[in-house]
Design a protein around this ligand. Structure first.
Ligand SMILES: Cc1cc2nc3c(=O)[nH]c(=O)nc-3n(C[C@H](O)[C@H](O)[C@H](O)COP(=O)(O)O)c2cc1C
Length: 223
């Protein structure tokens, strides 16, 4: 594993979201494992363990999904695709929250754990407007995946692996297919896709210029 000796700011300045990858490029397994580990170790609000990933290595199955990804050339040519699966509200409340809290309090006094449970239950209703609108809880769960996405982009770039975040897919079709194959439960959703591989030349960088806000408009330091 060879790491780039650069700051994260430099890595982010240099990277591009790949619009086309070199077909057939192989990502070493230990690099792929390390990117997945970076995702697993990403922080989440309350330390909630509400995510898991499915990794599709380039092959027949990934290619068969291409129409669901609207025929995107970067999807077709990527060496690997990481799908971030997040819990929906019901699973979050009934399964993941107790699991997470029990794990966090392992070896700690039971009464402190009970207090934490109680305060979390209060926060749940106030924060999410439950039980009237469970969508806020779903969105909250999805937001944690975006933190993992950011970290995955840094992790990939550190190894010189190009990436493209991907929200452009027919979510309903993809989830139906994965449920029919027992790859996804009813109380989970496929929130994000991350494509990985090696960018294919100028075409791979895409047509658009890389744009960011000017520093002067972006940051306001106050003493
Ligand atoms: C959350 C998110 C979703 C994205 N979805 C897609 C996508 O579905 N397809 C795609 O080609 N690029 C997608 N992109 C890549 C953006 O188009 C790209 O990050 C943006 O144009 C800036 O370019 P750069 O990453 O090369 O600096 C996505 C980026 C983010 C952060």
């Amino acid at each position: 594993m060879k790491l780039k000796d650069k700051t994260v700011a430099e890595l982010m300045t240099e990277r591009h979201s790949a619009k086309l990858f070199q077909k057939g490029f192989k990502i070493e397994q230990d690099i792929l494992d390390s990117i997945v580990e970076a995702i697993r170790m990403s922080p989440s609000s309350y330390g909630m363990m509400n995510q898991r990933v499915i990794v599709l290595v380039d092959g027949e199955f990934k290619e068969s999904l291409n129409p669901i990804f609207f025929g995107a050339p970067n999807h077709l040519t990527a060496s690997a695709q990481i799908l971030i699966i997040t819990d929906k509200a019901d699973k979050l409340k009934n399964e993941t929250m107790p699991l997470t809290i029990n794990a966090k309090f392992e070896g700690k006094p039971e009464e402190l754990k009970a207090k934490y449970f109680e305060s979390f239950a209060k926060i749940w209703d106030a924060k999410f407007g439950a039980p009237n609108d469970m969508n806020h809880a779903n969105f909250w769960s999805q937001k944690q995946a975006y933190i993992a996405l950011g970290i995955a982009l840094v992790a990939a770039e550190q190894f010189g692996i190009d990436a493209c975040p991907q929200e452009g897919y027919d979510r309903i079709k993809l989830e139906e297919l994965f449920r029919s194959k027992n790859l996804l439960a009813n109380d989970e959703e496929i929130t994000l896709s991350i494509l990985l591989g090696k960018i294919e030349g100028e075409e791979g960088i895409g047509y658009f210029k890389k744009v960011r806000k000017d520093k002067k408009d972006f940051v306001n330091y106050i003493k």
